[in-house]
Design a protein around this ligand. Structure first.
Ligand SMILES: [Zn+2]
Ligand SMILES: [Zn+2]
Length: 155
């Protein structure tokens, strides 16, 4: 369902401290204090509340990969509260799907390329295997999440 314009109008009036701007994707830009929204996006109302939640919680760039999942969970928790306030239907399955993409990403990054045991992030973007002590670096590039939000150019 595309964005409900009356919802956007209400939120813009209620949260004057943040800027809201249309874009191709939903994202929260901590540096610009701007919530970008895709007006024609699927489940747009719920995603707007999710990005708004990141903004209200003042989420910044994460230091460790594991913290990203925490931030995402917090943002959905806050979005659920906002959904009650603004009467927006939230689909629990969509939320879990969204969180699963982060869990899968984290799992892929933390799996040892040598022995497939789980590693830990010993330095930003560098993992070490707990089983065989092999160390590996992971790509900065992210397909989702705050990292992308923080580095994305103004659309
Ligand atoms: Zn998020
Ligand atoms: Zn290993």
């Amino acid at each position: 369902m595309p964005l409900t314009h009356s919802l956007l109008a209400r939120i813009t009036a209620d949260v004057p401290t943040l800027t809201f701007a249309p874009a191709a994707d939903f994202l929260w830009s901590p540096s610009e204090k701007t919530v970008y929204y895709a007006p024609e996006g699927d489940t747009a109302d719920a995603l707007l509340l999710h990005e708004l939640a990141h903004g209200l919680l003042d989420h910044h760039e994460y230091a460790q990969d594991i913290s990203l999942l925490g931030l995402e969970m917090q943002a959905w928790e806050k979005a659920r509260e906002l959904a009650t306030t603004y009467n927006v239907p939230m689909n629990e399955e969509d939320i879990q799907d969204h969180l699963d993409t982060y869990r899968e990403w984290l799992h892929a990054r933390s799996t040892c390329p040598e022995c497939e045991a789980t590693g830990y992030e010993e330095k930003p973007r560098q993992y070490r295997c707990i089983a065989c002590t092999h160390a590996w670096r992971v790509n900065e590039a992210r397909t989702c999440g705050l990292k992308r939000y923080a580095t994305k150019e103004t659309p």
